[in-house]
Design a protein around this ligand. Sequence first.
Ligand SMILES: Nc1ncnc2c1ncn2[C@@H]1O[C@H](COP(=O)(O)OP(=O)(O)OP(=O)(O)O)[C@@H](O)[C@H]1O
Length: 377
Amino acid sequence: MDQWKKLYVLGAGSYGKVYYAVKMDPVSLCVSVAAVKCADMNRSVSLQREAEILTTLKDSPYVVQFIGSDVSIDNGNVSTYNLFLEYAYGGSLHDLIINSKMRRIRMSEVEVGFYAYQLLKGIQHVHEKGWVHCDIKPANVLIFNNAERGGMHKLKLADFGLSLRVPEGVAYMTGAAMSNRGTLPYAPPESLISGFHGRSYDIWSLGCTVAEMMTGCRVWIYRDTKDLQWKIMNEEPMVPSDVSEIARDFLYKCLIKDPLKRWTTQQLLQHPFIQQALLCTRMRETHGITSRVNPFGCRLGIYRKEIHISSPRVVESSRRNRLSEFLIADPAISISISFSDHPSKFFSSQSMSKLRHRMSQFCSRNITISIPIKHLK
Ligand SMILES: Nc1ncnc2c1ncn2[C@@H]1O[C@H](COP(=O)(O)OP(=O)(O)OP(=O)(O)O)[C@@H](O)[C@H]1O
């Protein structure tokens, strides 16, 4: 990996420093970039272990990609171990949360759900390969821009320095109380009570991370480490009250105190909070393209968070449910029904007011439904 040039320091970990590095292809003159985690050779055991773990996780789009590793002689004759990773242009999820908080912008539930989906896919991959991450938190989730997904980011899991080899159905026991591996505010109660580290560890940490995306705050308020440890073991984490029922239910399933009852990645990926976020994300992506399956069963396009329906038919109950799910999932969407032809072609004024009444039943919070009736006699 000789050709890489370390340009500047991105940050530091307990092992050493992380550099931004570039490499130019002498033929095509294309420049590649990477993040390089560096440690003195005699302090590089954890980085070498991380490289081994990342090699086994290579084939997931939801895990930061491992480019390679080498040993260089820096500063005279000091041997340095270098671990090359794909470079995350967007920083970390922690930066994104802080940024949103400072700008007093709350992430929409669709956004949070879409990010939770990506984290779940990453965790599922890690678990399938026989690992438990043990340190899921916003600072260990890296952000890659993804403009084509309606402005939403692509997230990848990073920092496998504390990961454990834990096959399915087995848990790692540290053998002592208060001996959790990961970062305390994201650690589940069982890791403090009995040193239990199973796949359920990552699910609890995911719940804490998702709640933090929703509110901008951690799930625990505490005075000091002792107070936090006591709260994790004896109290319920703070689940936000001003989010939808579905979002709250998702968090409850992640934050079940009993690790054997806590939901798995497979179960959580099927949860309506995730499914609705995916549905909305896909609909946003269509940007005005007619969708074949939609709540009305008629032509439907989405453009700039508005839904335009041409040739509406009377809404059947099963489709109505789908529409209401869609509305819950993205409260920022406003609905406007516009007619491509004289509405009397589709509705009598009586059925028109019936439709309007039905539509208003779905309306909640800041959703507005506007039905242009200027054509009606
Ligand atoms: N692939 C990457 N692309 C861009 N920045 C990165 C990348 N990997 C790490 N960084 C940045 O480098 C800094 C240190 O990262 P790292 O995860 O190694 O340290 P840490 O988690 O703070 O420390 P430790 O692992 O010892 O607890 C962080 O600011 C992180 O965002």
